[in-house]
Design a protein around this ligand. Structure first.
Ligand SMILES: [Zn+2]
Length: 278
């Protein structure tokens, strides 16, 4: 068996994920001579109407696994900035995005005009509305001079049934919306020829929470995390999921330790594009 490859998938959802989150991760990647896979939300982070609906609703199904609060993840300033300004995350930080690309990391697209709206409503959209949203994100990237994205993941893992078709029409190669433990890492799309589905395997379940976030919220000791990482390594290639607002700041040491365990076992840390190019 060739040495297992670890993809570190980092979704940039909010302004706090962009800054100071990304800088710390770019340094960590340089120190370890590895590349990550970032996915950027070019639009706004939150939908005020979805927040109100959630506050009013008694349902608490998002809290299925131990996770950190928004203040723990984004910092108080980050929460305040997001709530007050809710600026367009990617569009307001073109230089940071160019830096990610220049340093050789993947930069995929994460949703359309609004992360919260996609997460809560996308399944009920028609195909035209879905395409308009993806095109908006795609154009937001290319109009600031970034390469056309070819990797996509949906906010909140909310997958529209026509998404693969729409993505393929726009030249995307893969969708990273699956998160099934023990399933294959890459599978061909059942609907679209030459299109791939990526399974994110290292995350907190159920509820798809960041891997480091879940280990911090569960108060796991670094040795316990190392045992979990070794177990994943023994199973082969893996995709680890988290957010720069956490792993680029308070979780940086923990992510660094995970990468060192993986490399120490003889594995590689590679961008997602390496897994789909073959
Ligand atoms: Zn997200």
């Amino acid at each position: 068996m060739s040495s297992p490859r670890l993809v570190v998938r980092l979704d940039i959802d909010t302004i706090a994920c962009m800054h100071p989150g990304v800088d710390g991760l770019l340094s960590l990647a340089r120190e370890n001579d590895v590349k990550f896979s970032f996915f950027v939300n070019m639009g706004r982070a939150i939908s005020y109407s979805a927040i109100i609906r959630k506050l009013v609703s008694k349902s608490n199904k998002d809290n299925q696994v131990v996770k950190l609060s928004s203040v723990d993840k984004l910092g108080f300033g980050g929460v305040l900035k997001t709530l007050l300004f809710n600026s367009k995350v990617g569009l307001s930080h073109p230089q940071m995005l160019h830096k990610i690309v220049r340093e050789g990391h993947d930069l995929g697209l994460h949703g359309g005009k609004n992360h919260g709206t996609w997460q809560h409503n996308a399944r009920s959209w028609g195909k035209t509305k879905l395409k308009e949203e993806v095109e908006w994100g795609f154009n937001a990237m290319t109009q600031i001079g970034l390469p056309a994205p070819n990797l996509f993941c949906s906010p909140g893992f909310t997958t529209h049934p026509d998404l693969e078709v729409v993505l393929a029409e726009l030249g995307f190669l893969a969708l990273a919306d699956d998160h099934l433990e023990g399933a294959k890492l890459i599978s061909p799309s059942l609907r679209v020829k030459d299109f791939k589905r990526i399974n994110t395997t290292m995350l907190g379940q159920p509820g798809a929470v960041g891997y480091v976030e879940n280990s911090m919220a569960s108060v796991l000791f670094p040795d316990d995390v190392a045992i979990k990482v070794k177990k994943s390594f023994m199973q082969g290639d893996a995709v680890l999921y988290d957010h720069p607002c956490l792993v680029g700041r308070h979780g940086l040491d923990r992510l660094s330790a995970i990468i060192k365990v993986w490399l120490g076992l003889g594995g590689q840390v590679v961008p997602l594009r390496n897994l789909i190019e073959k």
